[in-house]
Design a protein around this ligand. Structure first.
Ligand code: ADP
Length: 193
């Protein structure tokens, strides 16, 4: 059985987490942010160390351990009754993060929509990321050159994922609006599905 899912897609800092958290509170939606799954690892576990190494440099964690961790997380959430694959739509945030991951997950995900959250102002993204650094205790958010590296990785490796899923699934959302308006734009399309 494939998981029915909607992808929150867009550059770091564009507001995927904000929207994902809200959507995840609606019955029959389950939000999963891949970065949060990593951040919940113990820092002294083998994969925790790998995560700190790569994310601290603004790079993506290698694909195989990432997908493996994600699968384990979803299976656990299912076993513990938090996620109900038969009735819930998975709201994925931060995964798949490149075309290779999308290929690996081809038989696992039934992607019904991709919400491409787009901001016209990169400086605004950088400012948002820096603001949340202290609030969310994220070292990779504090350093300007690491933020620039992440934006570069996004352009180079993540953006091609849009083409992988194709135009018929992609909904462009103006992420420069206030969060409530962004939410309305997403929900309008979600309920249609
Ligand atoms: P942001 O979207 O602001 O970059 P995330 O919380 O989504 O933040 O990700 C933080 C870091 O976690 C990434 O820079 C990367 O190192 C790692 N990461 C998260 N998701 C993935 C993924 N699907 N594949 C590889 N690395 C990932």
């Amino acid at each position: 059985m494939k998981y029915r899912c909607a992808l929150l897609f867009g550059a770091p800092g564009v507001g995927k987490g904000t929207q994902g958290k809200i959507l995840g509170n609606i019955p029959n939606f389950f939000h999963c942010a891949c970065g949060d799954v990593f951040r919940n690892l113990r820092a002294d576990s083998p994969l925790g160390r790998v995560f700190i190494d790569y994310s601290g440099r603004g790079q993506l964690v290698p694909d195989e351990p990432t997908i493996e961790l994600w699968r384990q997380f979803i299976e656990n959430q299912t076993k513990t009754g938090r996620f109900h694959p038969e009735q819930d739509t998975l709201v994925l945030d931060g995964i798949p993060r490149n075309v290779k991951q999308a290929e690996i997950l081809k038989d696992t995900l039934d992607v019904v929509a991709v919400f491409y959250m787009k901001s016209a102002d990169e400086d605004k993204l950088v400012a948002r990321i820096q603001r949340r650094a202290i609030k969310e205790n994220r070292l990779d958010d504090a350093n300007l050159s690491i933020i620039r590296d992440r934006l570069h990785v996004y352009e180079k490796d993540t953006k091609p994922v849009l083409k992988f899923y194709g135009r018929h699934l992609v909904h462009q959302i103006n992420a420069d609006q206030p969060p409530a308006k962004v939410l309305v734009d997403i929900l309008r399309r979600v309920v249609k599905k």
